[in-house]
Design a protein around this ligand. Structure first.
Ligand SMILES: Nc1ncnc2c1ncn2[C@@H]1O[C@H](COP(=O)(O)OP(=O)(O)O)[C@@H](O)[C@H]1O
Ligand SMILES: [Mg+2]
Length: 292
């Protein structure tokens, strides 16, 4: 049984002018314990909405979400709130730390909602977690005195301090430079592996996405599996035919699709992947493969 399982999940919102906006239109996704799954997609495609549904911050309009086999619709709102705090750890692009509170206070904050040993030992648990993310000597430092990478480490410590079974990361490296972002992803992967937590990462950065065991692209409210097997190279399937599409930035900053761009890092998925672009013919694909 998957830890999290979405089937046919839709999310529709009613706009002020009475139009209906279908943000998600039939999403199927299963995530198991210890798995790392990533989702890429252009901005506004519903990535955060998907993550919020997974983390019980939002609910599907239709379809089913099974959390350890139990439909979340069957949980009382009190149980849902409890499970959100206990089972999910959120990491955001904007670290969302409490200003005017020390790193230690920030990390201990989620434990105020815990019970028993976790509640009573919150300060030492928070200190141990900060030590684990390499900030054992900054316990009393205010977040605003820390670098972006360090603030994200505090946010990760806060997300993990209750030992969540699922880590949900929404653009966790979006505010960081490439190197710091890489170190942050190393840390997330490492701690998730240690604790056996499932990790769902949403990102614009294909090199971040490629760290996951499974990658998906969210387009038009539907999740499609993709493979990221070389820097900037995306493989999609048209029916059961694999199609390679290369993403990168050209010298003038425009998106490039075609041959691999050395060290390409797509900051956003360009529209070349949209459904209006015809897939490469078998001949074109053979030519491309031959050119390598
Ligand atoms: N509660 C809401 N009411 C109206 N529109 C919304 C609401 N939530 C999200 N949207 C819209 O749905 C689309 C997807 O949003 P979001 O999930 O934040 O996308 P992403 O994270 O991929 O950028 C956006 O166009 C956003 O403006
Ligand atoms: Mg978003």
């Amino acid at each position: 049984m998957a830890l999290l399982e979405l089937s046919g999940v839709t999310r529709t919102v009613l706009l002020p002018d009475d139009r209906r906006l279908e943000i998600l239109r039939g999403v199927d996704l299963a995530v198991g314990t210890g798995e790392h799954v990533s989702v890429v997609g252009r901005s506004g495609t519903g990535k955060s909405t998907l993550l919020n549904i997974l983390g019980l911050l939002d609910a599907p309009t239709a379809g089913q979400y099974l959390l350890e086999g139990v439909p979340i619709g069957q949980l009382s709102s009190r149980t849902r709130t409890k499970r959100r705090g206990r089972d999910f750890g959120f990491v955001f692009q904007q670290f969302n730390l409490l200003p005017g509170r020390t790193a230690l206070e920030n990390v201990a904050a989620p434990l105020l909602y815990a019970s028993g040993r976790q509640f009573w030992r919150r300060t030492s648990l928070a200190a141990a977690m900060l030590d684990r993310v390499g900030l054992g000597d900054r316990l009393e430092t205010m977040p605003e005195k820390l670098s972006g990478g360090e603030q994200q480490r505090v946010a990760i410590a806060r997300a993990l301090v209750r030992g969540p079974r699922v880590i949900l990361a929404d653009e966790p490296t979006g505010a960081l430079d490439v190197e710091t972002g890489g170190a942050i992803m190393d840390l997330l992967d490492e701690v998730a592996a240690e604790t056996g937590a499932a990790l769902v990462t949403i990102t614009h950065d294909l090199s971040v996405a490629a760290r996951a065991q499974r990658c998906y692209r969210l387009t038009d409210g539907v999740l499609v599996p993709i493979a990221l097997d070389a820097p900037g190279r995306v493989t999609e399937w048209v029916g059961d035919v694999p199609v390679h599409v290369v993403h990168g930035e050209g010298p003038d900053g425009t998106a490039v699709a075609g041959d691999p761009v050395p060290g390409a890092r797509a900051l956003d998925l360009p529209p070349v992947l949209g459904p209006s672009v015809p897939a490469a013919t078998p001949d074109e694909r053979r030519d491309r493969e031959g050119a390598r």
